[in-house]
Ligand binder design. Structure first.
Ligand code: GUN
Ligand code: FE
Length: 436
């Protein structure tokens, strides 16, 4: 029997229903939290001294594009539809298995080093097995799926036949869903309404329900996108999804900036999930989603960095800080307090993914996904409210260790599962393949 790991003397931010934070110990047995208390006797457990660290639930990002990490800093200062047509789609169309692998490794290194332990990822059209291979090797917890595109003006290299897109998604689901001891799940990912046929959207909605998994897409990110939706369907995004029959609690929608009253009511009534991406929304000039209002209405919201070329990082601490700050000029300084923001990155993320009994808080019986953050840094002391410290002054680089599913994945800032040297050695060549 492998020994249990006893994490001692940490400042534990549990995110349990009582929102307890205290100095104490966590006992990890295999991949689960066996006990959490102010003092747990060492016995013959392996002791990890976490004095000087905050230990939080592993952080959760519900909207990522690992396939785009290779395009960081190469697609700046454009509006969404130009950004997609001029840069992102041609780049994605040029991906080969090896470039996609490198893109995923690069993104995963950054995510893991900065304390993200669970993601919902949208892949590209082809070679999705490669992303699943890298997710598996990296040790991260993930929902992922190939993006689906079968309609409208899209590059030939990404344009699929409807049935092929669906068949390939189902093949991938059968191969990867619930693999790696349940750490890897499949999520269907039609890209957005305007790149998908009605048939593809309807059938995907049916399949996502049949297989008890997520329907992940983009919606109402940009006024130009909304105009195209209205022109084609005579309806707004959420109304389209409702009419086509998949506006349900497994529907995960990135952005949701440009919504009317009826759409907001649909989000609430049908328990649809909003995936908030503050950096991306600012950088693409898309707008600011009314997150404080959504939360007040009881709409589910979680958070993600989106892809590297619209951010240009995948660092959840930047996302959290921005999620708070961008709301304050219009809504006053009390809008989006630090605790509400930290919930987006923990328990709300878990709820979005249907994982609220497994991750998102440090509680007995949950999976051992933990992020260890340096407590005393000159940029983050002093503090009395730990959520203020985590959201407003902690930096990604303060993360030193990460455990996922009871395994050490990052130790002393080094990702144990990914060879960074190999990324540095190959990145230039890979970028050339995709961008020239
Ligand atoms: N809408 C459709 N595709 C994309 C994408 O790749 N990124 C963003 N931000 N929005 C999209
Ligand atoms: Fe996106």
């Amino acid at each position: 029997m492998p020994k249990k790991i006893l994490i001692k003397n940490a400042l534990i931010v549990t995110m349990n229903p009582a929102l307890d934070s205290f100095k104490g110990d966590i006992l990890v047995s295999a991949n689960r939290i066996e006990q959490i208390a102010e003092h747990i006797p060492a016995n013959d457990n392996l002791v990890f001294n976490a004095e000087g660290y905050i230990v939080t639930p592993g952080l959760i990002q519900t909207h990522i594009h690992l396939c785009q990490t290779l395009f960081r800093n190469l697609a700046d200062d454009l509006l969404l539809l130009d950004w997609l047509k001029e840069k992102i789609w041609p780049f994605e169309a040029a991906h080969q298995p090896d470039t996609l692998r490198l893109s995923a490794q690069l993104g995963l290194s950054e995510l893991l080093k900065s304390g993200t332990t669970t993601i919902l990822d949208m892949g590209t059209v082809h070679h999705q097995d490669v992303i699943f291979e890298e997710l598996t090797k990296s040790g991260i917890r993930a929902f992922a799926g190939k993006t689906m595109m079968d309609y409208g003006k899209i590059p030939a290299g990404l344009n699929e036949k409807t049935h092929h897109s669906i068949d390939e998604s189902v093949r991938l689901l059968k191969k990867w869903d619930n693999s790696a001891n349940g750490r890897i799940r499949y999520a269907f990912a039609p890209r957005f309404a305007i790149s998908c046929s009605d048939e593809l959207l309807i059938e995907t909605g049916r399949l996502a329900k049949e297989h008890n998994t997520l329907f992940h897409t983009h919606a109402s990110e940009n006024p130009g996108e909304l105009e195209l939706v209205k022109k084609r369907f005579g309806l707004r995004n959420i109304e389209v999804f409702d009419k086509l029959g998949f506006a349900k609690e497994n529907l995960c929608l990135a952005h949701c900036i440009w919504l009317d009253e009826n759409e907001k009511q649909l989000l609430k009534a049908q328990e649809i999930k909003v995936l908030h991406c503050p950096s991306s929304n600012l950088k693409l000039g898309s707008g600011i989603a009314a997150i404080p209002e959504y939360l007040k209405r009881g709409i589910h919201v979680s958070i993600g960095a989106d892809g590297a070329p619209c951010n240009n990082n995948l660092d959840i601490f930047t996302e959290m800080r921005l999620a708070a700050l961008i709301q304050k000029p219009a809504n006053g300084p009390k809008a989006m307090p630090a605790l509400d923001v930290f919930k987006l990155a923990t328990i709300n993320g878990a709820e979005t993914l249907g994982l609220k009994d497994e991750v998102g808080s440090i509680e007995k019986g949950k999976k051992a996904d933990l992020t260890f953050i340096k407590l005393n840094q000159v940029h983050s002391i002093p503090f009395d409210n730990v959520y203020s410290k985590l959201v407003y002054s902690t930096k990604a680089d303060d993360v030193e260790h990460v455990m996922i599913d009871g395994q050490w994945i990052v130790r002393d800032k080094k990702v144990l599962t990914i060879d960074e040297k190999q990324i540095f050695a190959n990145i230039e060549h890979a970028v050339k393949i995709c961008t020239t």
